[in-house]
Design a protein. Structure first.
Lengths: 133, 184
């Protein structure tokens, strides 16, 4: 449905995503925007914060890929629900990726890269020790 | 079984680089703290700190195997959170949940004296609304009040009972019909 459906599939992107929502004020903003687009001023009024505070949080949320805007003459911001859903679906997809036991004996990093791809595909592991299964 | 963490707690638990990596590793299989420390090249004490944070948030649980503790990701909890993120009402509700409580408490703290009376009638609409919601709680839902009764109850909050009465009606919290007032 979205032409450029983003998927938070790198460690950094995932971390930014969770950091974006790991703050009461930002979670509030995301929640308001989930119910409909709002301008900074509207959010400030509704959440009882100053527009400057809202702008600061908005910067983090944009950086995390969670909101986009401002759009139109009303200068509204919208929540990128497609991004939130892509992440959620990715987490749920983990259930469906089952790795056969024999693969465990293989190269650790490859296994890591493949198996928990849904969670954190690009983690670089310094660990090279033997793995017991 | 630990309770499902709330949304904010869940996000906080995953908002640290090492914790996110630990969760990623445990999504694959159970590991002991030492093995995790070795894999991530961080101090065992740090890993243990993160593991207890994650356990507290309900995301991991430990079981004893031989002499060491093996940590398991509670994938069912993670999936439940993901499903909640997919439900359209989750985020608005999470916001409302964290919002109203804290904000209203703050407004009431700012505007109410210890004896429950109002220091002043808030000028800002949003704050006024919070205060009016509080005041209207003094009225029983199905009872009709005379203007005198209403003033009597409102006088506990502020001497300007006429303004409070007007605002309560203006905000749709009370209605007036045939000289009688009732709470909506």
């Amino acid at each position: 449905m979205n032409m450029e459906l983003p998927i938070p599939n790198t460690h950094t992107a995932l971390l930014e995503f969770f950091r974006g929502l790991a703050d009461v004020r930002r979670l509030q903003i995301a929640g308001r925007l989930a119910a409909g687009s709002c301008s900074v001023e509207q959010l400030a009024e509704q959440l009882g914060q100053s527009p400057q505070e809202i702008r600061q949080q908005m910067f983090s949320l944009e950086h995390a890929g969670l909101v986009s805007g401002p759009d139109g003459s009303a200068q509204t911001y919208r929540l990128r629900l497609d991004y939130v859903h892509a992440l959620a679906n990715q987490i749920l997809a983990h259930e469906r990726t089952t790795v056969p036991p024999e693969a465990v004996a293989g190269d650790f990093e490859r296994k890591v890269l493949r198996e928990f791809l849904p969670f954190m595909p690009l983690i670089r592991l310094p660990y090279t020790g033997a793995l017991k299964s | 079984m630990a309770a499902e963490p709330d949304l904010l707690e869940f996000f906080k638990a995953l908002s640290d680089g090492n914790r996110l990596k630990i969760v990623g590793l445990l999504a694959q299989e159970s590991y002991s703290g030492e093995v995790l420390a070795d894999m991530l090249d961080i101090k065992p004490a740090t890993v243990s700190h993160h593991l207890s944070y994650l356990a507290h948030a309900g995301l991991v649980e430990a079981r004893l195997q031989g002499h060491s503790k093996l940590y398991r990701l509670r994938l069912e909890v993670v999936h439940a959170m993901a499903n909640r993120l997919l439900a359209s009402e989750t985020l608005p509700r999470a916001a409302a949940g964290v919002d109203t409580g804290a904000y209203e408490r703050k407004v009431l703290r700012d505007f109410l004296c210890p004896d429950g009376s109002l220091k002043e009638i808030p000028a800002q609409q949003k704050k006024l609304r919070v205060v009016l919601n509080h005041i209207v709680e003094s009225f029983a839902p199905d009872k009709k009040y005379s203007e005198k009764d209403v003033n009597g109850l409102l006088a506990r909050f502020h001497a300007d009972t006429a303004s409070l009465r007007r605002e309560l009606i203006g905000h749709g919290l009370m209605a007036r019909a045939n000289g009688k007032y009732r709470r909506l």
